[in-house]
Design a protein around this ligand. Structure first.
Ligand SMILES: [Zn+2]
Length: 203
């Protein structure tokens, strides 16, 4: 076989294409690793418990934005998952696709490339497919406030809830400062105690 310039170009092109395909394929296979053994640049699949979630909530208690989710495993290390802007909405939706929603102590799995920023190990989540609940461990129920008035209310600055509209103490709360609960159990679980006037009126 005689190698003409065209043939050489052709061989080079094929080699480059095969290389690109190989590199992509290589990238699609994350290595299963423990948090304690991950290194910068690793493309990994990590399973761990949610230790904390850095979120902002709306006035009704629903997650509105997620800065990061911190996971830990038995190696003692921790890893933060930072969702990119494009994936935040999907992640919040995924978190609430479970009842109760995904929270601390739940076991999750993440796939991505490890980065180190200021000594912190992190993975930037760009695709919701790379974040998965493995096991629900925290069955603490979700409590949200009611966006519309109910008969159970409190001042957002206080720790007492009211159940009567005739309550003289309840009447003192400015409309703008009122929060409404769906149930008394919700109010109690959020750390509010029942107003004595309202309680005595019921008896
Ligand atoms: Zn009251």
């Amino acid at each position: 076989m005689k190698l003409t310039n065209d043939k050489i170009k052709y061989i080079c092109l094929i080699t480059v294409l095969v290389g690109i395909v190989f590199l992509n394929f290589y990238d699609f296979k994350p290595e299963k690793k423990k948090i304690g053994s991950i290194e910068e640049g690793d493309y990994v699949q990590v399973t761990g418990f949610i230790q904390s979630m850095e979120v902002t909530r709306d006035r009704y208690g629903k997650i509105q934005d997620i800065k990061y989710i911190k996971i830990i495993d038995d190696t003692g290390g921790d890893l933060r998952i930072y969702p990119s802007k494009e994936v935040k909405e999907d992640l919040i939706e995924y978190i609430y696709s479970y009842t109760p929603s995904i929270k601390e102590n739940d076991l999750i799995q993440v796939v991505g490339r490890v980065e180190i920023f200021k000594g912190i190990y992190l993975i930037r989540l760009k695709d919701i497919k790379n974040f998965k609940l493995i096991e629900k461990r925290n069955f603490e129920r979700d409590i949200f406030l009611s966006p519309t008035p109910t008969g159970i209310y409190a001042s957002k600055y206080g720790k007492v809830y009211h159940t009567s509209n005739r309550c003289p103490y309840g009447k003192k709360i400015k409309e703008n400062n009122k929060i409404y609960f769906y149930t008394e159990e919700d109010a109690r679980d959020l750390g509010y105690r029942k107003c004595k006037w309202c309680a005595s009126e019921e008896n």
